[in-house]
Write a protein that binds this ligand. Structure first.
Ligand code: SAM
Ligand code: SF4
Length: 318
């Protein structure tokens, strides 16, 4: 599917739940969030139906996210159904990794190809502090099991938070030295709880390059990836910088997003949504609705002008 700006839309991100087992300070309020009534959440069958229409329209990459996707009832069933869709080239999950040890093997068996794991610090106490409830050991064990079962290449997503993890950049980067792990640093965004944190704790990803002058830029093969990649000399893995604030990557955007409640979002930072759940339940032609929606995809976001999305990150899935 082409959008009005000639971009090929071939990537769908599906949030399967708003709920989470962590409370990252820049994402979720400490008390958690109200549970959405069951009937307002896309069922497993509806997720499968919508994914199928997208794949028929040319989407060849799907990522499951959340909230925490591994918390969703029936997550293995969802993975199995999507994993069977003909035409899918890439199928991944973004997870906090806490439940990965338990699920990695089954996820792989049911067709998942790889995982992105969110990890902002390598220090136990700091992990507990930033997630409010998490145990670092769970994530480290999850990463190991993901590697063992072949959910690879493993990518680690680290949100850079000034005064919190900028003194760990070198340690985190070193994870790429001996193994084919990609580490991607993401700039803190003014979304959800991040609206409170971003003005005080935002630091530009440029700091990663400043602290590591040995990093070598790697040729960009996939222009639609929001990350610009670098490598340490002789390292096996790569270091990606995702700079939504200091450097826009909208020009190559290839993705759309589906929320757990069935709303199609054409841009992470736009409030415009199309209700696919309602369309499905009232028997409308969702293929036509999706094609028309992609025809309305905005050219770029305007975070730099303070135009922030009102939905939270755990509702959109990142
Ligand atoms: N729970 C899963 C996880 O943490 O990987 C998936 C959903 S989470 C919303 C997806 C990603 O969004 C995570 O890597 C998280 O760090 C990131 N994120 C959440 N709030 C953010 C913010 N305000 N700015 C930048 N990234 C944020
Ligand atoms: Fe949960 Fe992911 Fe948000 Fe952390 S970033 S609170 S793990 S949804």
């Amino acid at each position: 599917m082409k959008d009005p700006f000639g971009r090929n839309i071939n990537y769908l991100r599906i949030s399967v739940t708003d709920l989470c087992n962590l409370r990252c300070k820049y994402c979720m309020p400490e008390e958690g969030i109200p549970k959405v009534p069951h009937q307002d959440v896309l069922s497993i069958e509806e997720i499968e139906k919508i994914a199928k229409v997208f794949v028929n329209l040319g989407v060849n990459k799907i990522r499951l996210t959340g909230g925490e996707p591994l918390l969703r009832n029936g997550i293995l069933d969802i993975v199995e159904r999507i994993g069977k869709l003909k035409g899918l080239r890439d199928f991944a999950i973004t997870t906090n990794g806490v439940l990965l040890k338990r699920y990695a093997k089954e996820l792989k068996l049911r067709g998942l190809k790889r995982v992105n794991i969110s990890l902002d610090t390598l220090d136990k106490k700091k992990y507990k502090y930033i997630t409010r409830v998490g145990k670092l050991e769970d994530v480290i064990e999850g990463i190991e099991v993901a590697k063992q079962v072949g959910l690879t290449p493993v990518k680690i997503n680290t949100v850079l938070i000034g005064g919190f993890n900028d003194n760990e950049i070198e340690d985190i980067i070193r994870l790429t030295q001996k193994e084919e792990i990609d580490v991607r640093f993401i700039e803190l965004m003014p979304i959800g709880e991040g609206v409170k944190y971003e003005p005080e704790y935002f630091i530009s990803n440029q700091i990663v390059l400043e602290k590591n002058p040995k990093l070598i830029e790697v040729e960009r093969k996939d222009l639609s990836s929001p990350a610009v990649y670098y490598k340490l000399p002789n390292a096996k893995g790569r270091i990606g910088l995702i700079n939504p604030i200091s450097c826009k990557f909208c020009k190559y955007c290839n993705r759309v997003r589906l929320t757990a409640q069935g709303k199609l979002k054409l841009c992470l930072h736009s409030n415009n949504e199309i209700d696919l759940k309602e369309a499905l339940r009232s028997g409308q032609d969702i293929e036509k609705i999706i094609i028309d929606a992609v025809g309305q995809k905005p050219e770029s976001h305007h975070l730099e002008n303070g135009q922030y999305v009102s939905k939270k990150m755990y509702q959109i899935g990142g």
